[in-house]
Structure formats: structure tokens, C-alpha cells
Design a protein around this ligand. Sequence first.
Ligand code: PAF
Length: 286
Amino acid sequence: MSLVVVNEIKKIREIIREYKKQGKSIALVPTMGCLHNGHKSLMEKAHSIADITVASVFVNPIQFCPGEDYDKYPRTLEADKIVAQEAGVDIIFAPSVNEMYPNLQKFSDLTMVAPPYELTDIMCGKSRVGHFDGVETVVTKLFNIVQPDFACFGMKDIQQLFLIKKMVRDLNFPIEIIPCPLVREESGLALSSRNKYLSDEQKKSALSLSKALFSIRDLYKAGVKETKKLFDTGLTNLDKNVELEYLEFVGYNTFKPVENITETTICALAARVGGVRLIDNIVLEV
Ligand code: PAF
């Protein structure tokens, strides 16, 4: 089947209704476009588990905080179509801002879906206030529009994944969330659409993020369980041009801070390199 690009909610609803009538299962991969091999792996997973794969491509204005890169976020639909087609996507849903938020100028009027404060006042949510409200709201809208049986999310955005899984449970969406592994360059750098902003020099500094995480994993594997010690090791491996925002250890199933690792733990960080905000994480299994 060849790839179809749909821009209107009404149109995609008609198409999905037809597939559902035929008893076909649907998987959704929500994205903001500028697709790379990380997205491609989500799409391939979606394609392997459902009859029909839908990828949304929408740079969601309400998840960007003031001063963030909404305006300059790369929009590359033509290149995205090629990646999606190769990954077996059947439909790209690429609505305009007006299609998704006809009343965005009256932002305070918009009904929002918000995760609990205690799960957003940590890690990315702490510096990106309101970001996860924007994410949950757009994902809810996409779920209601596409009505998928499955939705694939990458483990790179680990806090997002945790919050979406919780939202689906709390709000009874009949959707199975499929977590997909983080994908790295051979160098170790986690794939991100924002890597495009990095100069060669900055890329070298950015490599120290995964290096720091791998040094933590090595020490953990050597038997060190206190996160304070693991934190210090991570810090010593960061390049001097890296501005660390956070390096935190939280339980995989709880997202509560961990001091001594007795449960599977996520070690996650966010940092700026030359003003570019990057995130990365590893899972320390028990
Ligand atoms: O992970 C992303 O790219 C975005 O946060 C998402 C889930 C597509 C919502 O806009």
C-alpha cells in the first residue's frame, strides 16, 4: 500500500472508520516530524504489530515553553514521507495548527489534560513548566482522532513515556502503549531531531552525555549501588562545554528518586550544549 498524507481530522476519521469496519487494527506513532532512525524504529515496530500504521507529524505549539525553539523547530515533511514510507507507514496525519487548535489565540480557553504536579516537578518538567500538559493534551487529541489500538513511544523521552502510560491507565483509553528502545548513533549519541542544531565541535561535547551515562552503568555493574557515587562519576565524564540541567535517578515503575538501587532505576539527564537542549537516559536493571 502506498503512503497517504492526510491533513484534515474529518478525512482521517473517515479513513479510520473504513479500516475499523474491515476489522483492521491501527497503530499510531505520534511525532513532531524531522524523522530520524529513532522514529523509524517506532514506525517499524508499529508496522509489525498492527494492520495499519499511522504516523502523526505535528509540531505542537502548546508543548513549547516561552523562549524555546518552536519557530525554528525543523519542519521537513518531504523527507519525513520517505522515512515513513520505508518504515511501512500507511498514513501520515499532518494537520495544521489551525486544524488542531482552531482557537489557539484564546489559549486560556483550551481544555487541557494535565499530569499530576509531583510527577512533573522533576526532571524535564521542572524546567519546562507546562510542557507535559501540552504533550498530554495533544496526545489525547491524537488518540481521539486516530483511535488506535496501539501507540508507540520512544524510551528517549522517558518521563513522557511514563506520564503517557499513566494517563492511559487513569483515563481508561483502550490503547496499548508500546515502549520502544532509545536509538543511538554508533558514537553513542542518542538520536534526536535537535542534533541537527549541533556544530561538529558541539557534537563532540554532546558525546560526553552518553559517555557519562555509560560510565555510571559500568560502575553500577561493578557493584556500586549508591546513586550519590554514581552521580559523581557521571559528572566527571561530562565535557566542560556541557551545561548540565539535571542528572537524576528515579524508579522505573514509580518515578520517585532512588538513593540506593534496589529496584530497576532510570538514570536520566538533560543538558545544554551550545544552547541546544539534549536529553538521554539509561536503565539500570536489578
Ligand atoms: O515526543 C514527541 O515528539 C512529542 O512530544 C509528541 C509525543 C509527538 C507530542 O507532540
